[in-house]
Ligand binder design. Structure first.
Ligand code: TRP
Length: 476
């Protein structure tokens, strides 16, 4: 694995700019929309505990590896794998495919969030049926698609501007705003009478709720939340200056993301219990429960609700921008397209897939993609979250542990010996043995429960895609 000096490649302008952009990629709907409802559906703190263990022993190491491979090759996912070992090109191809798939539903939820900023202003909170309002809204064939398109166009605009002017600037302004907003909401939530039951739910593990499915759910959530398993952090690493300390930055970003997820839990569950609502609301949790909570607070509730959905939209935006960048960087690096053209082409595909996802909440509700038993939204979501990301992480671990020269890795992670990485050997053993084995175990347990839930066709389809890409992607 040769070290590539970056002369012409775009780079992050500043260290803090990189950290905010990478943390911005990590912190998103995964933390604020998905983490609370997954926690609610999987029994609270036992799920959080398993999640935290996976973050520490699997995901942190994977993030370090993604940054290292990206920076070493100075290429985005496909090129990075290909430049080291052409047989592994497919792992990068799967990453680009995953980016397309995630961008097939992410902008839909981003659009909901954007819409809820305005709905909070225009009287949503005074409605007596907030839950019905949400169902009606997402099932509408036109309105959510318009919001999705507006949301997606923000993404295209930012990514078309490039790395330091676009993505980095957006992260610098938007990420700190998000943290401040979350703290304001927590301050209100934890001081409500009766909020302590929510703290209990978050802090006292109930292991009777843990099943085989819980582990795959927690692992998929950890990969999703930290933007791992599909070359996203690899792409961001390819713009990283060779002076940066990779392990330290990865630790910081992992901590920021985890803190943010916990903060989102702290913002939602205490208030949820204080008002006697159910934690098992599902994907509607944020959009139903949060406005319900705020609706009981009078006019300050309206303001907090507006702030909350601005925060959610902002967090989502800095994440989806990174997903789009994975595809755009691939088209620039491998297909030699100009940035703006690459953005136009990928945006065009994403607007169509997201439209189908949005429609699958309403008029296409009963339509099953390729007869696999799920609608478009679930198809994109489950395929990535439950299959591609974890498998992508496993492939990366095997690749790094078995195909990349150990000395090269050490050289990259210590900046040629200039900085210390005392845990290098532990990290290496994790990559080579522990992470691949752990992911195989968790994935097998999860598969059993997916089969029980009737998802066997979808699972076989996903595995088929992986095999097909391994066979065909050498030509790419
Ligand atoms: N991590 C983001 C979130 O939590 C979503 C995301 C951005 C992502 N880039 C990714 C997920 C790459 C998986 C892979 O919302």
């Amino acid at each position: 694995m040769n070290k590539i000096e970056s002369k012409e490649r775009e780079q992050w302008g500043t260290r803090i700019g990189f950290i905010l952009a990478a943390a911005g990629s990590a912190v998103g709907l995964g933390n604020i929309w998905r983490f609370p409802y997954m926690t609610g559906e999987n029994g609270g703190s036992a799920f959080i505990l398993i999640y935290l263990i996976f973050v520490i022993i699997i995901c942190l190491s994977i993030m370090i590896a993604e940054f290292a491979i990206g920076r070493r090759s100075r290429l985005s996912a496909v090129g990075a794998y290909k430049s080291i070992s052409p047989n592994w090109t497919f792992a990068g191809v799967l990453g680009v495919l995953s980016a397309f798939l995630i961008m097939g539903f992410y902008p839909v939820v981003g659009g909901w969030s954007l819409a809820y900023i305005f709905k909070s202003i225009s009287g949503l909170l005074s409605s007596t049926a907030i839950s019905d309002a949400f169902g009606d809204f997402i099932g509408n064939p036109i309105e959510p698609i318009i919001w999705m398109a507006i949301y997606l166009s923000f993404n295209l605009f930012i990514v078309a501007k490039g790395i330091s002017e676009g993505i980095e600037k957006a992260g610098r302004i938007l990420m700190p705003t998000l943290f401040i907003l979350l703290f304001i909401i927590i301050g209100r939530s934890v001081t409500l009478p009766g909020s302590s039951a929510g703290m209990d739910f978050l802090l006292n593990p109930d292991f009777s709720k843990v099943t085989g499915q819980t582990f795959l759910a927690a692992l998929g959530q950890a990969f999703f939340s930290l933007s791992l398993g599909m070359g996203c952090m690899m792409t961001y690493g390819s713009y990283l200056s060779s002076k940066e300390n990779i392990p330290k930055n990865a630790l910081l970003i992992t901590m920021l993301d985890t803190v943010c997820a916990i903060l989102a839990g702290l913002a939602i569950f205490p208030a949820l219990f204080a008002f006697g609502l159910e934690p098992t609301e599902g994907p509607g949790l944020v959009f139903v429960v949060v406005p319900t909570i705020f609706s009981k607070m009078g006019s300050i509730g309206v303001i907090l609700s507006i702030i909350f959905f601005i925060a959610l939209t902002v967090a989502a935006l800095t994440s989806s921008v990174s997903l789009l960048e994975v595809v755009v960087a691939y088209l620039i690096d491998e297909k030699k397209l100009a940035r703006k053209i690459a953005v136009g082409i990928s945006g065009g595909v994403m607007v169509i897939t997201s439209m189908l996802s949005s429609l699958s909440m309403g008029i296409l509700q009963d339509f099953h993609v390729l007869g696999l038993g799920v609608g478009f939204f679930d198809f994109f979501d489950i395929l990535t979250d439950k299959i591609f990301l974890a498998i992508g992480g496993m492939l990366l671990a095997i690749f790094v542990g078995w195909n990349v020269n150990k000395e090269d890795l050490k050289d990259e992670l210590t900046n040629g010996g200039e900085i210390d990485f005392p845990l290098f050997n532990l990290w290496y053993i994790l990559m080579k043995w522990i992470i691949p084995i752990a992911i195989i175990i968790v994935a097998s347990m999860g598969m059993v429960s997916m089969i029980k839930n009737g998802l066997l066709p979808l699972m076989l389809f996903g595995i088929g895609i992986i095999i097909a890409s391994a066979i065909f992607s050498k030509k790419l």
